[in-house]
Design a binder for this molecule. Structure first.
Ligand SMILES: Cc1ncc(COP(=O)(O)O)c(C=O)c1O
Length: 384
């Protein structure tokens, strides 16, 4: 995952000082909800973006309309709306407003969790590989980070994680479904695991991709089906299925005491005033979320079919991206796609022959496979 806009520009070979002004965002595919000027599917320099697990179609028609109707609020802080947004989300999650913390994306929630529960002499335990934002923040506050390789079925190795947990463990991070593998960790195993953690350890369950999980017996959200344990912090976001990554709203659900502890480290007034206005519309548009999930499922199925005919081994995805073994050095393949103006997920050293591909529009994915077919060895893989 590219961590900052500066890194992103650097990854494109563009200097931040002079390059930014020269960049333009060409109109790409027209999304379901936005006008052509607003629906910019391509990134700077016309890159097809299959790298950040965004929703390539953007927000729903209703949400897009609400965004357009709210642009007049751009000059206002959203402070007066904050309680209302928190109540709206609390209602959605069936919890009390004092159990909800709003963040500038769920990334901010991960940052404030690090500030509140990590630091020198406090360690973070997480999977390898997993989403790395919390790890970065943990290091920035001086924490040691223990990375426990995922198990053979690509779920978290909870026993392994537990074996490292002691009184100095500030946070155990469980990303479920996991990024970058798209895999699930079983609810039953988590429920056995959590009570065994030290009393002073928080467990952060990152449910950024929750909505994409097609109901299955092994998965259950810790917001929808909470357990009575003050150590649990669940994070969610509007960046994925809602198609609102750029408007930056994520949230945590936890006990009021834990929320208060994290609140002290929040950026003040970070709530986006347009987002504050439209969040209710997004949450009410249940049909649009269902449609987005179905569309992702269809796009994914199409992708998996094409991958399997090429003898590739994708990890069963429960997300809007897929990690697959290409049996070649992934760094070279990532660079190959970049040369063809397609950005895919970053290189994961612990899974050096895997690439992570976020679902794009059908047109994006056609471009992906065209570029794939240009790999010098792609035929060999196909006819193995
Ligand atoms: C697992 C996971 N958590 C959190 C985030 C952060 O998303 P945001 O800050 O946009 O809510 C991402 C983004 O890719 C993610 O993959």
């Amino acid at each position: 995952m590219i961590r900052s806009r500066r890194d992103f520009l650097r990854s494109l070979g563009v200097g931040t000082a002079t390059g930014a002004a020269a960049l333009h965002w060409p109109a790409g595919n027209i999304s379901a909800g936005l006008s052509p000027e607003m629906a910019r599917a391509g990134g700077p320099g016309g890159f097809i973006l299959l790298n950040n697990s965004e929703n390539p179609y953007g927000p729903s028609h209703r949400v897009a309309d609400a965004i357009r109707a709210s642009t007049g609020l751009a000059n206002r802080y959203a402070s007066m709306k904050e309680n209302e947004v928190r109540e709206r989300i609390a209602n959605h999650c069936r919890v009390k407003p004092e159990q909800v913390l709003l963040g500038c994306g769920s990334t901010e929630i991960l940052r404030v969790a690090a500030c509140a529960f990590l630091g020198h002499n406090k360690k973070l335990i997480q999977a390898l590989p997993t989403f790395e934002a919390l790890e970065d923040y943990a290091k920035s506050v001086g924490s040691e980070v223990i990375r426990v390789p995922i198990s053979r079925n690509f779920g978290h190795d909870l026993e392994g994680m537990l074996s490292h947990a002691d009184a100095s463990t500030g946070i155990v991070y469980v990303c479920n479904p996991n990024n970058p593998t798209g895999s699930l960790t079983s609810r039953k195993d988590l429920q056995t695991f959590i009570p065994k953690l030290p009393a002073t350890t928080q467990i952060v369950i990152d449910e950024a991709y929750h909505e994409y999980v097609i109901p299955t017996g092994i998965y259950s959200s810790f917001i929808d089906n909470p357990i009575d344990d003050d150590r649990v912090i669940v994070t969610r976001t509007f960046s994925k299925v809602y198609g609102l990554a750029g408007l930056r709203l994520g949230y945590a659900v936890a006990s009021p005491k834990v929320i208060e502890k994290m609140r002290a480290f929040l950026t003040q007034d970070s709530l986006n005033s347009v987002m504050a206005e439209i969040v209710g519309v997004a949450l009410d548009d249940v049909g649009a979320v269902e449609e987005a999930v179905k569309r992702n499922h269809d796009d994914m199925q199409e992708f998996l079919n094409r991958a399997v005919t090429r003898n590739l081994s994708p990890i069963d995805p429960h997300t809007n991206f897929v990690m697959m073994n290409i049996q070649h050095n992934a760094a070279e393949v990532i660079e190959h796609f970049r040369q063809h103006k397609i950005l895919i997920g970053p290189f994961f050293p612990s899974m050096s022959t895997y690439i992570r591909v976020s679902m794009g529009t059908p047109k994006d994915m056609t471009a992906f496979w065209q570029a794939w077919n240009m790999l010098p060895w792609s035929n060999k893989v196909m006819h193995h």
